[in-house]
Design a protein around this ligand. Structure first.
Ligand code: NAD
Length: 437
């Protein structure tokens, strides 16, 4: 069976590489020539655990190839669409990439092809916009939201149940047959494409709101009493069963980033607005998460003030630049506004370590990283843990204790040290603070 995947970015590359590895003939159709060249050489420019191996293996055995020519969709039985659906300047969904893609491929469609949209869209898009573009083409069109998280994408793509909602019963059933055969995993057929589209948005708005709640609890914990550790509060709270499930408060951090959680709740909010509804909690969640980088930066500024360290002399070491553990994706990473805030306060000596972020991405955001964490830690006044990449978790506490400046400040933005590790820092004269700990 031949599959084409239109859009070979973070989502398209993972889906293509896994399907190719399962023996499908996969053609990736992509606009960006740099991505095509690199992937066709077997080199993944996207840092996602396991992706490089799958790409090089399947390019070599010719089950995977990339092209720019969209007419290739006509050679395939299944078309999966994963182009970007960003937020526009008015905080509304920008569907231009998706709409253009559908117009471009329209004339190459064949009767009975299975088309699955995976790009995140407002409810109604598949039926009211895409199906109308494909007018009179006898294809099986459905929406199957992609639900994996970067950093764990390959494992999740192979195991998470696939939600399927077609524009007709037969479209749902055809997509269901394909996904069951492709991944041999559970599928969840929902009533229609509108429901499937809404599932994706409802899930991401919930995650964002839940983290905002955790961040609010953490900020309160910081002012209440230094004996409270918010992670312990959350763990104990989560032991309560309510209905069929447990309370599930997520964890606080220096902020929410990435391509999905920073925009999908705004999709929901704007859809509410266009229907004359003011969805206050969705907006509050976004706003609450957006203040976290500044909040974390203020902890650094307070420490420097307390210790009378001149801001212009302070050395700040940042471990992790991407928005997510074990991913190299820096899109909307909260570490970027965090660094900006420190720079705005005249802190100049900021060194960043992130082995997963490409040089090209570093250039686009004008934050250079160094590939030796030792230089970042040595003689630092403050160390901030912004992600828990494997390479960062394995840095020994002993090394930190021995190499940072006397009485240095460890800010735990996402690495989450255990109580035992925190005791070691404190016994050695270091000051530790987490978000709410
Ligand atoms: N990143 C994630 O973890 C994730 C998870 C679930 C869902 N999603 C959703 O999946 C979609 C894609 O996200 P992404 O992170 O992969 O975006 P991305 O920007 O990394 O990838 C999209 C790719 O599509 C290409 N493209 C655009 N128009 C094209 C066309 N006409 N022909 C060929 N290629 C074209 C772009 O060049 C780009 O490489 C979005 O709707 C996003 O909300 C993303």
């Amino acid at each position: 069976m031949k599959v084409s995947v239109v859009g070979f970015g973070h989502v398209g590359s993972v889906i293509s590489a896994v399907l190719a590895d399962k023996g499908f003939n996969v053609i990736g159709i992509e606009k960006n020539a740099e991505l095509i060249n690199s992937f066709n050489k077997g080199l993944s420019p996207i840092n996602e655990p396991g992706l490089q191996n799958l790409v090089s293996k399947n390019i070599k055995r010719k089950t995977l190839k990339l092209v720019s020519d969209i007419s290739y969709v006509k050679k395939t039985d299944v078309i999966i669409i994963t182009v970007g659906t960003p937020l526009n300047k008015k905080y509304k969904p920008d569907l231009k990439q998706l709409i253009n893609t559908c117009y471009e491929m329209k004339k190459f469609l064949k009767s009975k092809q299975i088309i699955c949209i995976k790009s995140t869209v407002p409810p109604g898009t598949t039926r009211n916009i895409i199906s109308k573009i494909f007018n009179k083409k006898n294809v099986y069109l459905s929406f199957c939201p992609e639900r994996f998280s970067e950093g764990t994408a390959i494992k999740e793509f192979k195991t998470l149940p696939i939600i399927i909602g077609g524009i007709s019963k037969i479209a749902t059933n055809q997509a269901d047959k394909f996904w069951k055969k492709a991944l041999k995993i559970k599928t969840i057929k929902v009533l229609n494409s509108e429901t499937a589209e809404y599932v994706k948005l409802a899930t991401n708005a919930w995650i964002d709101l839940n983290i905002a709640y955790a961040n609010d609890l953490a900020r309160l914990s910081d002012v209440l009493d230094s004996k409270i550790d918010i992670l312990e509060v959350i763990k104990a709270s989560n032991s309560l069963k309510k209905g069929n499930n447990y309370v599930n408060i997520l964890t606080p951090s220096i902020g929410v980033g990435g391509y999905c959680l920073t925009k999908d709740p705004w999709f929901v909010y704007s859809i509410g607005k266009s229907n004359k509804l003011d969805l206050k909690t969705i907006k509050a969640g976004r706003n609450s998460n957006d203040i976290m980088p500044d909040y974390a930066a203020s902890k650094i500024l307070n420490y420097l003030k307390l210790k009378k360290i001149k801001k212009t002399n302070a050395k700040i070491g940042i471990l992790g630049l991407s928005f997510k553990t074990n991913s190299g994706d820096i899109r909307y990473s909260p570490v970027i506004p965090f660094i900006k805030k420190l720079k705005k306060h005249n802190i100049k000596n900021i060194l960043v370590y992130d082995p997963l972020v490409t040089k090209k991405d570093q250039k686009t955001i004008k934050v250079e990283t160094i590939n030796n964490y030792k230089n970042v830690i040595e003689n630092a006044d403050c160390i901030i843990f912004c992600t828990a990449h494997d390479q960062i978790v394995k840095i020994s506490n002993n090394f930190i204790v021995k190499n940072v400046n006397k009485n240095a400040f460890i800010l735990d933005g996402r690495r989450y040290f255990s109580r035992k590790e925190i005791d070691i820092f404190e016994k050695n004269g270091l000051k530790y603070s987490g978000i709410g700990r």
